[in-house]
Design a protein around this ligand. Sequence first.
Ligand code: SAM
Length: 215
Amino acid sequence: MADFDWQRRRLITQLERQGIVRSPAVRDALMRVPRHLFVPDEVRQNAYEDCPLPVGLGQTISAPHMVALMTESLDVKPGQNVLEVGCGSGYQAAVLSVLLNGEGSLVTVERIPELADLARKRLADLGYGNVKVVVGDGSLGWPSDAPFDRVLVTAGAPGVPVALVSQLKVGGMLLVPVGGRGFQELFLVEKSGAGVSRRSLGGVVFVPLVGEDGW
Ligand code: SAM
């Protein structure tokens, strides 16, 4: 039988050596979430390889280095109000939920109802009770739970979705891949009293954000 705990530790140590995992909080969160329980049986043995994996309905769970990079960049703290767009398997949401440590709230929006149902059940079964999984077009954000301290988009958009910026608190941060359908740049958007700034964290490849302010 595969020793998933050992494989997970080895992967996270590798991500630390690469300088992608930097903070003890993110290391701890990645160590605590069993990625192999978020992927279908057929690919379970690959759960601790650093690559995206299919989760059904043409969608993927992001590669561990990408989850680590996004989580480090977003700097989520207990007590914050967080929005994820693109719940997929629920894995990234579980990692964010560990960082919130039971304080604050996390809403994750998924466009495909079947994936949302699976993720909701999985998150509840694994004890991530503070995650709210909703079905909808996350390119429009989630106004009823706004404003947010942090917004994370895990699908590639043609531009920065306007609603996501307007639902961000002053002092808040938004991470979003922006570009073409096949290749994007990961942007960190920050809202301050003086306005909105953005900087690129480098090239990435995500499935398309499909929706009114997406593709
Ligand atoms: N965060 C996920 C995880 O941890 O498994 C991976 C997300 S996957 C790369 C992107 C997801 O975004 C897919 O599940 C896709 O259905 C979803 N998606 C695409 N457009 C969306 C939209 N407008 N609103 C919500 N979800 C969307």
